[in-house]
Design a protein around this ligand. Structure first.
Ligand code: F6P
Length: 345
């Protein structure tokens, strides 16, 4: 991890570097699943770039826009009135063509024709894997900004969109809990998180869920049934279980089916929150981290760095090579499970 490497470079030096015009034109794109706060990151990249005298191109539909030459020159006003908006003004895609050498070759030729010498990629691990290959093949510096609601990347405490997504989930689950309580029903709520359980973990703890099932922890269904029936015997109201979609037991429907077979007296309902978690106005935290990361991503390109993901660890900027960021995930320590067990007694 190249933590704080940039600390030694100050603004005076930055302007010296700028005078030599190392890089004049950059592009920015959003790739993979959209996440609230991506627009704030685009705004930060565009305005930082312009303020340093760079030309900035916005690339539409992720890597597809590079391949199909679908790009637009951005002005300061192109990113006005977007910081509060969910989604991404540049649109996004998971590009299959960029996985091919031919696709990346076309992308490179389109960049070269426009004089674009560096890229800022806002996306998740799949997007950074693509950037890593592209940059080593064609020597185009790429800097990544982690934009995914899943928070499934090493090298940063937060990814853009996670905070908004958990707040959306919490507000939805609170509502479900009201009706669950009124009817004495057990709701199995499924939240997003294909490979990572952070949305389930945070939203489950914040809503007082009885159990939280996540991919990082093997689900012991018989222990879960035992736990629920012990609580039933004690007449403890059990209204809520939160399941991450990527839990190895197979999501809310599978869990509900198994529980129904053993808990004959409890009425069990399923609610899958789905894509509602991806949309909406970004939270203050997401806007702030997106702004900080966007600014530092452009600085990285100006300083001549490449293949790094910009992150924030302990509230400080942190720079992690793509290879490490995509290979590793944030581990969930056992402490979290001890906490859940104690608080749901
Ligand atoms: O990667 C973010 C994410 O929201 C996952 O949690 C989810 O599994 C996936 O995207 C859904 O992707 P799509 O919008 O393509 O269905």
């Amino acid at each position: 991890m190249l933590k704080n490497k940039k600390k030694y470079l100050n603004f005076a030096l930055l302007f010296e570097i700028m005078k030599t015009k190392l890089i004049k034109t950059i592009g920015v794109l959003t790739s993979g699943g959209d996440a609230p706060g991506m627009n704030a990151a685009i705004r930060a990249v565009v305005r930082t770039g312009l303020s340093f005298g760079l030309e900035v191109y916005g690339v539409y539909r992720g890597y597809n826009g590079l391949i199909e030459n679908d790009m637009i020159k951005m002005e300061s006003k192109s990113v006005g009135n977007i910081i509060q908006r969910g989604g991404t003004i540049l649109k996004t895609a998971r590009s299959k063509e960029f996985m091919t050498k031919e696709g990346r070759q076309s992308a490179y030729e389109n960049l070269k024709a426009r004089g674009i010498e560096g890229l800022v990629i806002i996306g998740g691990d799949g997007s950074f894997k693509g950037a890593n290959i592209f940059s080593s093949e064609f020597n185009i510096p790429c800097i990544g900004i982690p934009g995914t609601i899943d928070k499934d990347m090493a090298g940063t405490d937060f990814t853009i969109g996670f905070d908004t997504a958990i707040n959306t989930a919490v507000s939805a689950i609170d509502k479900i809990r009201d009706t669950a309580d009124a009817h004495n029903r057990l709701f199995i709520v499924e939240v997003m998180g294909r490979d990572a359980g952070y949305i389930a973990l945070y939203s489950g703890i914040a809503t007082g869920a009885e159990n939280i099932l996540i991919p990082e922890n093997k689900t012991n269904i018989s222990r879960l049934i035992q736990d629920l029936s012990n609580k039933e015997k004690r007449q403890k109201a059990v209204n809520l279980i939160v399941v991450a979609e990527g839990d190895e037991y197979g999501g809310a429907n599978n869990v509900a089916e198994t529980l129904r077979a053993s808990m004959l007296t409890t009425e069990i309902k399923v609610c899958i929150l789905g894509h509602i978690q991806r949309g909406g106005s970004p939270s203050c935290l997401d806007r702030i981290i997106a702004s900080r990361m966007g600014f530092h991503a452009v600085e990285c390109l100006i300083f001549g760095f490449s293949n790094l993901m910009v992150g924030i660890v302990n509230n400080e900027m942190c720079f992690t090579p793509f290879e490490k960021a995509v290979k590793e995930t944030q581990t969930i320590s056992r402490d979290w499970f001890k906490l859940i067990k104690r608080l749901t007694r």
